[in-house]
Design a protein around this ligand. Structure first.
Ligand SMILES: [Fe+2]
Ligand SMILES: [Fe+2]
Length: 285
């Protein structure tokens, strides 16, 4: 990655520009002994974040639509880890000055990948569910980073050309225009914020696992879940910010993980039964 791009991303994540809510959340989250009360206290200081957390907690995915009325109730019903993931995901998304309509679509794609990843994880590796959910929410954060640091002469041709481009073709265009793609931008951004490897690695590998380093990394169960779900969303929904592309590598991965068609169908059905209400929830239909 070019050094001027790294400098722009560093600027975005520097303490002087980083929203105070994110540094407070990161502090609570990185403290192993942090309590529920401390988390609630931090979120409560930002009223718009608090109401968004309650709103997301009421989304169909969590199974309590319309029944959660307060932050305390959200924490009680969903637990510390999920509320932590939701609040961090929302506050990182809202730090980017991107037009509401575009942001809403990016957020819905992120939420769909997060939902599907958590469903997968729930079936195959339940202890990783909340990490998979947060990795899913943040997997394309590099796209928001690129849109924010680009100058206007790069932006308008890019917006047109990137429509309907997926995976390798999208990464190629980003590299051509910005000299950096959204995988590199997202990885660097999260590294600068001191996110743990279990979140950064899935972001780095979410479009291809066939890099020479993949066999040596840790957290491969989380990494492969996000890769698989980014691909699957391509065949399950047709929203325009979808940038995954289902292909041979996803099928090979499923075989190597011992995931059968019937397991996949069960997860697909669960996801699709929630999708319509999720779309209404995000006001997308
Ligand atoms: Fe992506
Ligand atoms: Fe994506």
């Amino acid at each position: 990655m070019e050094s001027d791009i790294k400098a722009k991303i560093s600027e975005l994540t520097s303490l002087s520009t980083l929203p105070i809510i994110i540094s407070r959340l990161l502090k609570v989250i990185s403290n192993e002994n942090a309590t529920l009360e401390e988390l609630i206290e931090v979120i409560r200081h930002d009223q718009s974040l608090a109401s968004r957390v309650v709103s997301i907690a009421n989304s169909p995915f969590f199974g309590y639509p319309g029944r959660i009325n307060s932050l305390e109730q959200a924490v009680l019903m969903l637990g510390f880890n999920i509320v932590k993931s939701i609040s961090l995901g929302i506050s990182i998304f809202t730090m980017f000055p991107i037009p509401y309509k575009k942001m809403k679509k990016m957020w819905a794609h992120a939420f769909n990948v997060a939902t599907l990843s958590a469903l997968f994880s729930h079936k195959f590796s339940p202890k990783n569910s909340s990490i998979c959910f947060l990795s899913g929410l943040l997997h394309d954060i590099g796209r928001a980073v690129l849109l924010t640091i680009a100058d206007s002469t790069q932006l308008s041709p890019f917006i047109q050309q990137q429509l309907h481009l997926k995976s390798a073709k999208l990464l190629e265009l980003e590299t051509k225009v910005f000299r950096c793609n959204h995988i590199e931008a997202g990885t660097w951004f999260l590294e600068r914020l001191f996110f743990p490897q279990e979140i950064i690695l899935p972001v780095y590998y979410h479009h291809h696992l066939d890099r020479p380093t993949y066999s040596k990394i840790s957290h491969r169960d989380i990494v492969s879940t996000i890769f698989l779900c980014e691909g699957l969303i391509d065949i399950l929904t047709n929203e325009s910010p979808n940038d995954g592309e289902w292909g041979e590598n996803h099928i090979l991965l499923m075989e190597s993980l011992g995931i059968y068609e019937k397991d996949l169908d069960e997860i697909k059905q669960k996801f699709l039964s929630m999708l319509e209400t999720t779309n209404v929830f995000f006001n997308l239909s």
